[in-house]
Design a protein around this ligand. Structure first.
Ligand code: TXA
Ligand code: MG
Length: 354
């Protein structure tokens, strides 16, 4: 049992028991009254508020310590609601239709915003991000609230996104009115973000819906260079979230790329000098001689690494170590691109290559 100042209620994955209904109704009432409710999605936990209420949205920024110029995603219970909040020019209709055929999904689409969307949500941009989560708990909450729910990840700004209620409470206890505890999130990394507001559909953040999937579906998809490269000082970005240091644990992180045997030898050498935590593939774990070894799963299954990445990064905060080392996936295909992108940001692009 979690002891907390914020009301915490368990909800089962299918959101269909009488207790689930009661918890969801309480949460939906809170949202309608302008409150903040943390809810699980298939990606990470979200800090939700009424997406049509300026004041409720402002409370999200305050609770997270989020910069005012970083806009929020509007969560909808069904893709048919997209035209209520977005203007869809004829030119992009066929592309949007293809994307909605995937929904619900861990996918966020950026489209021109209708005037009904508060400026606090878009941070004054002409576009709004919309997403229909796969999670039944999330969609049921939105349906019962009867309004779109604005929700960033439920972490303090800059910290790794929470993928379980324990991590939510580390950051949000006393800051949110209620937490719906739906257990561990399936994907563990935030939704894929694609914008249809550029000349070509452009991937802004990789996630569970892969670049290859989108490219196959839409014909030609570009990738923002900010997915794998650091920004130059003052450089303009398509997604304000790209400007900030993100996902960083308390200790500095160094990434290991390339030849694994050489990488292991390097980490073991470093770990003689300092207390280190190492995030590595299961098969390599027995060879690593460090104070803490955290298992990222098999190297043929980066989905497991994705599901654990934020948990592992957060858990290093409670270890008595000076430095964190993490092995990068061997390539950037499929979900590996998302793991790569999050690790690069957590490490401030500090990579040692062999
Ligand atoms: O999986 C997810 O997307 C989770 C769950 C809770 O749904 N949400 C999430 O929200 O990751 P957040 O706020 O942590 O990340 C949203 C990203 C930010 O980088 C933000 O800058 C970008 O989306 N974004 C939001 N609205 C945008 C817009 N209108 N134009 C460009 N980027 C936008
Ligand atoms: Mg976030």
């Amino acid at each position: 049992m979690l002891l907390s100042k914020t009301l915490v209620r368990p909800v089962s994955r299918n959101a269909d028991t009488p207790d689930d209904r009661a918890a969801l109704q309480t949460a939906a009432d809170l949202i309608r009254r302008g409150g903040l409710v943390v809810f699980p999605t298939e990606t990470v936990y979200g800090l939700g508020a009424n997406g049509l209420d300026e004041n409720a949205a402002r409370a999200i920024y305050a609770a997270k310590g989020r910069p005012q110029n970083n806009p929020l995603i509007l969560h909808l219970s069904d893709a048919s609601e997209i035209p209520l909040y977005c203007d869809v020019p004829e030119k992009i209709k066929p592309l949007l239709e293809k994307l909605t055929s995937l929904m619900p999904a861990p996918l966020t689409v950026i489209l021109p915003a209708k005037p009904v969307v508060p400026k606090t949500i878009t941070a004054g941009l002409p576009n709004v991000a919309v997403r229909v989560p796969t999670s039944k708990i999330a969609r049921e909450l939105i349906r019962l609230a009867g309004v779109p729910i604005a929700a960033p990840s439920a972490n303090l700004s800059g910290k790794p996104s929470p993928t379980c209620a324990r991590h939510v409470l580390q950051d949000m206890d006393g800051r949110a009115d209620m937490v719906l505890d739906g257990g561990d999130c399936t994907y563990g990394v935030e939704s894929t973000i694609i914008t249809l507001c550029e000349e070509f559909p452009t991937l802004l953040r990789p996630g569970g819906v892969t670049f290859e999937q989108l490219d196959g579906l839409l014909g030609e998809v570009h990738m923002s260079h900010a997915v794998l490269e650091s920004l130059k000082p003052g450089e303009a970005v398509l997604s304000p979230g790209m400007m900030y240091k993100h996902y960083a644990p308390a200790r500095p992180v160094e990434l290991i790329k390339g030849d694994r045997a050489k990488g292991i030898a390097y980490v073991n050498e470093c770990a003689k000098e300092q207390a280190a935590a190492v995030l590595c593939y299961d098969a390599d774990a027995p060879q690593i001689k460090a104070k803490a070894v955290l298992h990222a799963g098999g190297d043929d299954n980066t989905g497991a690494y994705a599901a654990r990445i934020f948990t592992m990064l957060r858990d290093t905060d409670s270890l008595d170590v000076d430095k964190v080392y993490a092995f990068l996936p061997k390539d950037t295909s499929g979900i590996s691109l998302a793991v790569y992108n999050r690790l690069l940001r957590a490490a401030g692009f500090h990579v040692k290559e062999f």
